[in-house]
Design a protein around this ligand. Structure first.
Ligand code: SF4
Ligand code: SF4
Length: 380
């Protein structure tokens, strides 16, 4: 990942210090300061809530408290669509003042209108949602024209001196040739890619088109083969995570490495699965039964290979085995030969449906707070 040197130095020093301490630690705070969006992608598991919840916002102070509580050196702001949040420029500025690396994830529909509310900084990057080429992306977000808007936004941001990357979620049925072609296009434009296989959120409208683990590994081998073991393209993902996607590593997830603070509180156990919420990061770390979650342990985890669960594992592996990472980086991801053994999922605990209960709880809180409340702001 070609981050500016001072940012790499800060994040590297933090990770090393924490690793030596032996404690569980977060690398990136995942922040969802609102769940409202101006798109309704069929694969989205974040927007299926009633209006009183979609109208909620984390305040500036709550966003600052979240990073102070967890201490992560970086924050990824998503949602919902963060550019709909009126305080977003102030929030980004607040994080940069704390020397936190800010990744602002957007579908780009509002970028042209709002870009001048932000200033380029070595601690700031736009992350544009782009799930492949024009046809793939417009299909994934179910709206024609969004690919062109995103490309225009990328060019605009680059022209204004911003750092820009794209976040690309890959769904089942994707064509390896087309995806490789899309990566070539991003390479030509000088844009880095954050890659993740789609996760079958319980609340996604379209759950059929998510990759299972076996298909994920075979698929990424096919894609990486077309790019010299992925060396041809620039990813923000670590080499060992890409190696994991191609079936060359047996990893368990590290869900606390990218903890989620959302309008409900801190989400247990991870960014993808919401089994409950607590008020503080301390409670999240101390009260979550971490051993109950992960591939092979819980049914909802069975097909998960997403970056927010496994990048932390790849990072720890890289600290423990720097030579292994160096070799993958130098030779590229292996796309032939036997795959690493996978975790047995046949005894995973049955999934529990907790969504409706949580929504009821949150709605009751909104009523009890008179629409305001301690946790979040209520906006019209
Ligand atoms: S743009 Fe992102 S948050 Fe909005 S609906 Fe699509 S996936 Fe969900
Ligand atoms: S395997 Fe389960 S607990 Fe781990 S990141 Fe994926 S969904 Fe979360």
């Amino acid at each position: 990942m070609t981050l500016p040197l001072p940012v790499v130095a800060r994040i590297g020093a933090y990770a090393l210090k924490k690793h030596i301490s032996g404690a569980k630690y977060p690398m990136v705070l995942m922040l969802e300061p609102l769940l409202r969006c101006n798109l309704a992608c069929p694969g989205c598991g974040k927007i299926d809530y009633p209006d009183p919840i979609l109208n909620r916002r984390l305040s500036y102070q709550q966003c600052m408290d979240a990073i102070d509580e967890c201490g992560a050196p970086a924050v990824s702001i998503a949602g919902g669509e963060p550019l709909l949040h009126k305080e977003m420029p102030k929030i980004v500025k607040g994080y940069i003042a704390k020397k936190k690396f800010v990744i602002l994830c957007t579908n780009a529909l509002l970028m042209k209108k709002k870009i001048d509310d932000y200033a380029p900084s070595q601690f700031f990057t736009w992350s544009i949602h782009l799930d492949g080429d024009r046809q793939m992306h417009d299909h994934a977000v179910d709206q024609t024209g969004t690919y062109d808007v995103a490309i225009e936004a990328i060019e605009l941001a680059k022209a204004k001196g911003f750092r820009v990357q794209v976040n690309c979620t890959v769904f089942d049925g994707a064509d390896p040739d087309r995806l490789a072609g899309f990566f070539d296009e991003m390479e030509k434009r000088g844009v880095e890619i954050t890659l993740s296989p789609g996760y079958a959120y319980e609340r996604a409208a379209d759950k059929e088109h998510f990759l299972t683990r076996d298909r994920t590994k075979t698929f990424f081998r096919e894609v990486f083969k077309k790019g010299n073991g992925a060396k041809k393209w620039k990813f923000t993902n670590s080499p060992l995570f890409l190696d994991f996607l191609a079936g060359n590593q047996t990893y368990e997830c590290t869900p606390w490495s990218m903890p989620l603070r959302t309008v409900f509180g801190w989400q247990k156990p991870c960014y993808l699965v919401g089994e409950g919420y607590v008020d503080s990061f301390k409670e999240l770390m101390e009260d979550t039964e971490w051993d109950d979650y992960g591939v092979g342990k819980y049914e909802k985890c069975s097909n998960c290979m997403v970056h927010c669960g496994f990048e932390g594992t790849a990072a720890t592996d890289a600290i423990r085995h720097p030579l292994k990472m160096f070799n993958v980086n130098r030779r590229g991801v292996r796309t032939e030969g036997p795959m690493a053994p996978d975790i047995d999922i046949s005894h995973a605990r049955r999934a529990e449906d907790v969504h409706e209960v949580q929504v009821e709880k949150e709605l009751a809180k909104i009523v009890a707070d008179g629409g305001g409340g301690k946790r979040v702001q209520q906006v019209a």
